[in-house]
Write a protein that binds this ligand. Structure first.
Ligand code: BGC
Length: 411
């Protein structure tokens, strides 16, 4: 219904602009290989832990307000990683408040299920899709169907490698890693270290997540000169991305690898100085391993990303040193502004940014959905949080500090 309504409301030119963006839209998308087709047909029924929230969340606004907006499909990867619960909730709330109907799903970190979830949204005649991909290369079936149905796609936070994507909204992912690397450089005063050698280990993110390489490269580009000079020494020798990656950003996987590294290379009393972790879910596992399995008594510098509650507690307790905070409420506000502009046929470029009221950059160079197909992107600005500026999080209005000094997220 909404699809037809939208078709009447929009001129052909407007509809074309909806699908503009990364590459040539439907045609290119239709020719991409389909790695997810089998998985899609075999996708299991919703598991109990996620079926309920997804169904609960798939509530739609009353028809009278919805008719002024349209229907938005919001596909989030999982509820098992803290931030996506927040992203899903903010997106859902903000789109509803703006008069849209929404369908919100979480796909339990199962790409086949995410394909199914998106297919269901298309069958429900959504007008626009917002997708945070579990695996950026495994959504071709759903993306090609979206292109065929003329449904524009905003790739949310993680880039989908398919030209059906119209626009990308994320943080500056390379800068996230760069901030982690620069933090280590500054804390250890590496530039003036002289003959001093610091021992470093690295834990990176999920290879299926297009962001993970950006985080890793951003940090390693800062640290590599010190590694080459011997100021930073990776005792395990484990440095290349695939070796230090963590499937699905899983805390237990990060914990197990950290335990193995500690027992293999540090059990003899070798001092560990710093563990570069790409995000908070992996930092949580590494911190647990250090607490339980590290023989030394020094405090190890641990980096992170997101501002998950358990990690903020670890920062207060001195167990984790920093996190790179990304305000996902702002990310959803930018996404809403972009979606509204797309659906009303406005020109999409940096001139939209003032209307978002959020600091971000319009970047047409950094991201490609396929070789040569640049994806216009709105990239927000990440910030470093340590125990010294936790109040900045409280000042966002999104966290409350308890009497014990620990922060809890309001969402
Ligand atoms: C996000 C990070 C998050 C990670 C695991 C990435 O794509 O950008 O904020 O920590 O996924 O959820």
């Amino acid at each position: 219904m909404k699809r037809k309504l939208l078709g009447v409301l929009l001129s052909a030119a407007m509809a074309a602009s909806l699908l503009a963006g990364c590459g040539s839209g439907g045609d290119a998308a239709a020719t991409t290989t389909d790695g997810a087709a089998d998985a899609a047909t075999e996708a299991p029924a919703q598991t109990e832990d996620e079926a309920e929230p997804a169904e609960d969340a798939a509530v739609e606004t009353p028809a009278d307000t919805a008719s002024t907006g349209g229907k938005i499909g919001i596909s989030m990867p999982t509820q098992s990683l803290e931030r996506w619960n927040r992203d899903g909730a903010y997106l859902d709330e903000q789109f509803k408040a703006a008069g849209f109907e929404t369908i919100l799903t979480f796909s339990d970190n199962d790409s086949g299920r995410q394909v199914n979830d998106i297919q269901n949204m298309l069958a429900d005649e959504v007008d626009l899709l917002i997708v945070a991909a579990i695996d950026g290369e495994a959504l071709n079936t759903a993306m090609n169907e979206a292109a065929d149905a003329g449904v524009p796609v905003i790739s949310y936070d993680r880039l989908i490698l398919n030209d059906a994507v119209s626009y990308y909204v994320s943080f500056d992912n390379y800068t996230v890693g760069k901030l982690q690397g620069e933090f280590i450089e500054k804390e250890l005063d590496l530039a003036n270290a002289g003959d001093k050698v610091y021992n470093l280990e690295i834990t990176a993110g999920d290879p299926a997540d297009n962001n993970a390489g950006y985080f890793y490269n951003g940090a390693v580009d800062v640290l590599k000169p010190y590694i080459d000079a011997g100021t930073l020494n990776i005792v395990s020798g484990q440095m290349d991305f695939d070796t230090v990656a963590t499937a699905q950003w899983n805390t237990d996987t990060a914990l197990e690898r950290a335990q193995n590294v500690l027992s293999s290379y540090y059990a003899d009393g070798t001092q560990l100085d710093v563990w570069l972790c790409s995000n908070d879910s992996t930092a949580l596992g590494v911190a647990q391993a250090i607490t339980s399995d590290y023989a030394g008594s020094n405090s190890v510098l641990i980096t992170g990303q997101d501002g998950d509650e358990a990690n903020l507690k670890n920062i207060v307790d001195g167990v984790q040193t920093m996190t790179v905070y990304k305000n996902v409420s702002n990310e959803s506000i930018v996404t809403l502004g972009l979606a509204k502009a797309m659906l009303s046929g406005e020109t999409i470029d940096e001139s939209l940014i003032p209307s978002f009221g959020i600091e971000c950059a319009f970047d047409t160079e950094s991201y490609e959905t396929s070789a040569g197909n640049k994806c216009p992107s709105f990239l927000l600005v990440p910030n470093v949080i340590t125990k010294d500026n936790l109040q900045d999080l409280v000042d966002t209005g999104l966290y409350t500090m308890g009497d014990d000094g620990y922060l809890s997220a309001n969402q």
